[in-house]
Every structure is written in C-alpha cells, then in structure tokens.
Design a protein around this ligand. Structure first.
Ligand SMILES: [Zn+2]
Length: 322
C-alpha cells in the first residue's frame, strides 16, 4: 500500500510540474539533468519521421525529398526504388490528360477464402493503406503527341497480384484501345497470380492474352514495360507478349523464384539470373530504359511504331492519334 501511494504522489507531482521530479533531498544535480533530457527528447520529436532512406544497393542515406524529385531513383548509384502507380502515371503522361477507366471496380471474395486473415479483410486493409481499389490503374492518356491506353500496376497493393479485377481492368483497357485504334502500354510489377482467388486469378492470363491477340490482329502496337519485380502469372501472360518489351535497370523478372528453380533443376544458377541485364543479353527483352528516360523513350518508340510506318493499314491509327 505504501508503495502504491508513493507512486501516485510522484505521478501527481510530475503532472503538475513535469520539469521537476519528486524527492527534494536528491540534490540539484538531478534537477539539472532531467530538464536537459526532456528538452533533448522534444528536439528529437521535432524531426519528421522518414526523412532519409537507406539505399539497399549502395547503403547511402538518401534524402527523401531528393528521392521523390528523382522519381525514386538513388542519386548515387541509380538504384530504382519501387514507385507507386499514381506517381508513375504522373511521370509518364501529359499533365491533366489521364482519363481513368473502371476506377471503382473492386474484387469480391468469391471463394470465401479463409487463411490467417480473410480475403475481404485483406482487401479492406490494403484499400485503406494504399488508397487504391486494386493493383492496377488503367486509363486513356496522352504521352507526347500520342494518344495511348495505359495500364500501370502497383506492387504496394497485395504484391501487385493479379486477381479478377486486375485482369478485367486490363482486358477492358486492351479492348478499348482496339476499338479506338490506339497503341497500348502496360507497366507491370507483380508477384504473380492472386492466390486468394484461386483459379479465377489464373483465368486472367488467358483473358488478357486473348484481348491482346485482337489488339495485335488490328496491327496496333503494344509496349510492355517490366519493373521490379515482374514474376509468375503476370510474366507468363500479358507482360511477356509485347511487340516491344522493355525493362527498368536491375528489375527482377522471371516465372518461378530462383530458389524453386535451383531446387528443381539441382543446378547452380548463373550470376545476375532473372535481372533485366541478364535477360537483355539472352534476348528476352528488347531494351533497358532508366526511369528518368522512360517517357522520352516511349515517345520515340511510339513514333517509330506508328507514324514511322509506311504500311497503309496503320493509317487509321495515325488518324486516331491526331
Ligand atoms: Zn544507391
């Protein structure tokens, strides 16, 4: 009881006058130290959190503002940090010319999936934390002088996994570009199919590729942009069937992860396996384009793939672009 009442008293004293703590017999030295400690604490609190980010490649502490201004690319070693879909869209399209499609489309838990957490609760959690409805944003926009259909995936939403909504939004985008005679660009980042949706997520591979086949049949260009990481079901479908496949530097690209391949094949994997650089050397991708040059290079490619062509069947495309 005695201890309790002492604690209560000391707490009471602190509340009234925080800089001076109880026993008067301990001397002035203690009083002198305490205010100093509390003032240093309040100074620490004044520094906003997350001001610096450590680069995983070169270990340099990069100023966050500098990183944002540099499109999330390390200013020292050019390491490409993940970037959100909205930031990426802003870095690619002409200002205020982005007409989003199917913005309100959201996934439903058709399988009543229950694991550590239910799929419905996962969706709600990610929608709240990212401000996104699902892992892709699609829309019609202008890049340079070109009107194009653009789909940009976001890894921060459930690992950019491809569920029914990702597949459906992309399929609708592809069909819209086919109808309107527009080129298509899809920027991928994904861990693969969304396991919460089982077979429904796998069906998106066929659906998107079927829509792309009609887009290709209409002789319209499709550029696939691969970013860190583009794996599994996404890489095995729409991401790898571009007329032009380009990647960001150092992006991890593949189907199964390196550990699975190593365990299955029992072979030592070559250095840099599943990186953009390795895949460029082996002919799977056509070019590596740094993020800061992406827009400029896409315009060049679009110039080449549309206006640069002498084929008559591209004439309606050129008209649509004008
Ligand atoms: Zn770095």
């Amino acid at each position: 009881m005695a201890t309790t009442s002492f604690t209560k008293k000391s707490l009471g004293t602190e509340t009234i006058e925080p800089a001076v703590t109880p026993p008067p017999s301990t001397g002035n030295a203690t009083f002198a130290k305490k205010p100093k400690l509390s003032s240093s604490k309040s100074k620490k609190r004044e520094i906003p959190e997350g001001l610096w980010t450590k680069c995983p490649k070169c270990s340099t502490m990069v100023f966050d503002k500098e990183l944002d201004e540099n499109l999330k690319v390390c200013t020292h070693c050019q390491h490409h940090f993940p970037i959100g879909s909205r930031e990426r869209i802003a870095s690619l399209v002409e200002p205020q010319i982005f007409q989003e499609l199917d913005a309100e489309m959201t996934s439903v838990d058709v399988l009543n999936f229950t694991g550590v957490a239910s799929y419905t609760s996962k969706l709600q959690e990610y929608q709240k934390s990212t401000g996104l409805k699902d892992a892709v944003i699609t829309g019609l926009c202008k890049i340079g002088e070109h009107r194009v259909g653009l789909g940009v995936m976001d890894f921060s939403f459930l690992g950019g996994s491809m569920g029914s909504v990702v597949g459906e939004k992309l399929a609708r985008l592809i069909e819209t570009t086919t109808e309107k005679g527009l080129p298509l660009i899809i920027v991928s980042t994904s861990g693969g199919a969304r396991m919460y949706e089982g077979m429904f997520s796998l069906m998106q591979m066929a659906k998107t590729c079927a829509a792309l086949a009609y887009h290709g049949k209409a002789r319209l260009p499709y550029i696939s942009v691969l970013t860190y990481p583009t794996m599994a079901g996404v890489m095995a479908s729409y991401a790898s069937v571009g007329d032009l496949i380009i990647a960001e530097p150092g992006a991890m690209i593949g189907f199964a992860g390196p550990r699975v391949i190593k365990d299955t094949t029992q072979a030592e994997l070559p250095p840099g396996f599943q990186t953009s650089e390795f895949l460029l050397d082996h002919g799977l991708i056509d070019a590596i384009v740094p993020r800061k040059e992406m827009k400029e290079r896409l315009v060049e490619y679009l110039n080449f793939m549309t206006n640069g062509s002498t084929r008559e069947d591209l004439a309606p495309v050129n008209q649509a672009l004008g």
